[in-house]
Unconditional design. Structure first.
Length: 315
């Protein structure tokens, strides 16, 4: 049996948000088993988009009765209540075990249906404050790309929707197929759901931050060396507590998480652009050993360093 996916469209939908799940699950990709795929709407027929053209949707909400996955790709207005028929159909689909997905502002629709009550969820960072006020029963995590809680999945905006769809594809069909689709779409094979979608202070704001920014640039150039919170605080001539506070304000992460992310990013670049062995890549990126690199790489991206290199080189 094919996995059935229903995408919910609506009047005045953003074409990009609709296209994100369509290009991953609806378009044919070599070597990828096709899904039972349908775009549906509370009121099928001609629907306006936000880009000045219309689309025609053939299916109604009856497609939600049998779908294994239901995706709400966005919503037109956070202040507007979604149609009652749509909310009821989402609740019914969830009750029978379907996975319910809210991409970007689609999280508002899931929250209106009560499907996010008591759950962890995310949405576009620019709407985080509004979302939290409207739906206080949701445990909102505004700083991540996508987040799964049970059989409910939500994502941040725009490109994060593609990351979320590739995550679902990886769960459904495995890492190799998800990576091949990502390669065809010319997007990263995998971005962790917990990766920050936006850093509020990307530029140094004062002398202290300028000094810290220079230190981070130095660390990026010397990732093969050992670095700790204490060693970096000493180098920045700050107390451990002060350094930790400024570091989190600037990067949005702990020292350990930031170092791991930078080392993984360097390992990715080396695997994609050099002929270095995995052992050499591990040393240059500061992992110490190939075993450590493989463990962290697979935990972060779901594949091995060799598979990552093969994906980008087309071996």
């Amino acid at each position: 049996m094919r996995h059935a996916i229903a995408i919910v469209a609506f009047d005045r939908i953003s074409p990009f948000h609709l296209s994100a799940p369509c290009v991953v699950f609806g378009d044919p990709h070599p070597g990828v088993p096709p899904f039972e795929f349908a775009v549906c709407a509370p009121q099928p027929g001609r629907l306006a988009t936000t880009s000045g053209f219309s689309i025609v949707v053939e299916h109604g909400l009856d497609k939600l009765l049998t779908a294994d996955t239901v995706i709400v790709p966005s919503w037109r207005d956070p202040a507007e209540q979604a149609p009652a028929a749509l909310l009821a159909a989402l609740v019914a689909a969830h009750a029978r075990g379907a996975r319910i997905v809210g991409l970007c502002l689609g999280a508002y629709v899931l929250a209106q249906a009560g499907l996010l009550d008591g759950r962890a969820a995310t949405t576009h960072w620019a709407y985080a404050e509004d979302f939290a006020q409207r739906h206080p029963g949701v445990r909102l995590h505004p700083d991540v790309l996508y987040l799964e809680d049970g059989n409910v999945l939500t994502s941040a905006g725009t490109a994060a929707a593609i990351d979320c769809c590739l995550y679902m594809l990886r769960q459904q069909l495995g890492g190799e197929i998800a990576n091949s689709v990502a390669r065809r779409l010319v997007v990263p094979p995998h971005r962790q759901g917990g990766q920050a979608q936006f850093i509020a202070q990307p530029l140094p704001a004062n002398a202290t931050d300028t000094r810290l920014s220079g230190l981070l640039d130095w660390v990026r150039a010397h990732l093969d060396q050992a670095h700790t919170l204490d060693s970096l605080a000493t180098q920045a001539t700050m107390s451990r507590r002060t350094f930790t506070r400024h570091f989190r304000q600037m990067t949005g992460a702990t020292v350990g998480a930031w170092l791991l992310g930078e080392r993984l990013a360097l390992a990715q670049r080396l695997l994609e652009s050099s002929a270095h062995s995995v052992e050499v890549v591990a040393s240059l990126a500061g992992f110490g050993s190939a075993v450590s690199l493989r463990q962290h790489f697979r935990a972060a991206f779901g594949i091995s360093p060799v598979a990552w290199r093969r994906t980008f080189r087309g071996d």
